[in-house]
Design a protein around this ligand. Sequence first.
Ligand SMILES: [Zn+2]
Length: 237
Amino acid sequence: MKQLNEGRIFLLILLLAFFSVLGIRKMEAWGRYQTLQNKTVTEAQYRQDFYSDAMWEEKDSLSKECISLLENVENEVNYYPIPDSTVDKSLTTSFTDSWMAEREYNGTSGHEGTDIMASKNQRGVYPVISMTDGEVTNLGWLEKGGYRVGITSVSGTYYYYAHLECYSNLKEGDYVKAGELLGYMGDSGYGPEGTRGKFAVHLHVGIYTQKNGQEISVNPYYVLKSLENKKLKYAYS
Ligand SMILES: [Zn+2]
């Protein structure tokens, strides 16, 4: 009888230890999230933000509010932004996790997005499609982003597609469906309107969620990974 009780107490201590570890992990994630919101982080801390390494894999250990923000994105992205070519199989794309990697333009900054690189370094070849349904809320030149399109989804998440060569027939206020053509991949940006060729042809993808009016940027790498087997087919070469 005495032995049985000791066994139970031991089990109880084990369970308590297990749940307190879980609780601490949750608090750590929440703490980092709040720091990020206040934008008082150094770049090194920012790089370690939980969005960059624990987005989908560890989302169960994050706070409910964080999870719901991430789930908005997860639920509304439908397609990889570059369709496969039915005509030329050598036209492929690739990307790596370059979240907060150093970028040089008018000083150094952290890379707030993912770059999808083109196997064929030629502007105007690869179509760029919308990953989500949404409204065209920005269209036009940005010094850094070149010709860019910004799509705001129903959840209020902002999807940013930059460095395009040209646009499809779009204007601000239009609604697009996931899979709809936005324009063509290019190498525009890093200068006054029309600047091209400052870097290789690629699509920069940025994703920004909102919480209490604060903008929080999400690492698109994990989103794009989840879309790699959701590519549409377009005829282009
Ligand atoms: Zn980029």
